[in-house]
Design a protein around this ligand. Structure first.
Ligand SMILES: Nc1ncnc2c1ncn2[C@@H]1O[C@H](COP(=O)(O)OP(=O)(O)OP(=O)(O)O)[C@@H](O)[C@H]1O
Ligand SMILES: [Mg+2]
Length: 316
């Protein structure tokens, strides 16, 4: 649905995107992650026909953004990183006005606006002035506006940047609902946790280069190979008493044990090689040595870990 090939962009003689290539298939939620200044917004602006690429090609639904930008615009719903909203109108008026701007026929307009208000749960705010709403609500109105012309693809530049945790969860649920409706969603963020539980695939950009892309678990598996090709994994362990008891037993078995806070909290993170069978062996060793094991779970924040492993964290 989105196909980016060898995309390069320069501002003057500054090369901001270098040979970026990736694909987003129909129905995916694709997370575009990168530190400040990596080039996310620049990529998004090219995809949204607002900026011409220096070289390379971008196609949306099979249409080249340079060849037929109008056709691309009809297919995408684009939300800028800090979009402006008209303040002195009500939410209903705002959406009605934008539906007109998107050339929704007059006869269809009330039903279109109603459907979007319903979908984005803005009914209670319909008659409120936009100026009176919180940032989070304005962000929701911006998302509503991108849906008015029923685009196949949503391109959202940091849609959750101004949201509190509850609003972020609501945004996530809304995006997942839109995906169920058949939309393809491309969104950027530098907040990894925000994307972890909703993206089907991610692309990680650093200094204008794509350093990893694909399904999250495939990237994680590729990174999980140590030099000799064996799988390396981490789990979080909770014991009664001191976490040093874990170190005593597993340290001698070549397991890396990292204490999490005061040992008396009984929390640590272990890094080991092998599959679930190897983990079961470690559990048995701990129990047989008298470690009071009360909890063990695989470490989950995959995206965070991938991000730290493939980027260097310098300001760009
Ligand atoms: N109009 C412009 N003229 C010159 N340089 C620009 C322009 N827009 C962006 N840049 C530079 O291009 C680089 C990439 O910027 P971009 O906004 O794409 O990054 P980003 O990944 O979206 O960052 P952020 O997370 O801060 O939004 C930055 O170094 C920025 O300073
Ligand atoms: Mg940006």
């Amino acid at each position: 649905m989105i196909h980016v090939r060898h995309l390069t962009h320069r501002f003057g003689d500054r090369e901001v995107l270098r040979d970026v290539s990736f694909r987003v298939e129909r129905g995916e939620i694709f997370g575009f992650i990168g530190p400040n200044g990596a080039g996310k917004t620049t990529t998004i602006r090219v995809m949204s026909t607002l900026l011409s690429p220096t070289s390379g090609r971008v196609e949306i639904d099979g249409i080249d953004v340079e060849v037929d930008p109008d056709a691309v615009r009809r297919r995408i719903g684009y939300m800028a990183d800090h979009p402006g909203v008209y303040e002195r109108v009500t939410v209903g008026e705002y959406l009605d006005f934008l539906a007109a701007a998107y050339r929704v026929p007059v006869s269809d307009r009330p039903a279109t606006v109603e459907a979007v208000i319903d979908l984005t749960d803005l009914g209670a705010l319909r008659d409120r002035l936009v100026a009176e709403l919180s940032k989070g609500m304005k962000q929701r109105i911006q998302l509503a506006r991108t849906l008015l012309h029923d685009p196949k693809v949503l391109i959202l530049d940091e849609p959750a940047s101004d949201l509190d945790p509850r609003a972020r969860i609501e945004m996530r649920d809304l995006l997942m609902e839109l995906r169920r409706m058949g939309k393809t969603i491309f969104l950027s963020s530098h907040i990894l946790a925000e994307l972890a539980d909703m993206c089907t695939s991610v692309g990680i950009l650093e200094k204008g280069r794509l350093v990893a892309s694909g399904p999250v678990d495939a990237i994680a598996r590729a990174l999980d190979r140590s030099d000799d090709g064996k799988a390396r994994r981490r789990a979080r362990v909770r014991v009664l008493g001191s976490a040093l008891s874990v170190k005593d037993v597993l340290g001698s078995r070549g397991v890396e044990v990292e204490l999490l806070g005061d040992p008396q909290n009984g929390l640590c993170s272990i890094g080991y090689e092998g599959d679930d069978g190897a983990l079961a062996d470690l559990v048995r060793a701990m129990v047989e040595s008298g470690v009071l094991l009360v909890g063990l779970e695989p470490e989950r924040n995959e995206l965070e870990r991938i991000f730290l492993e493939v980027t260097r964290g310098e300001v760009q």
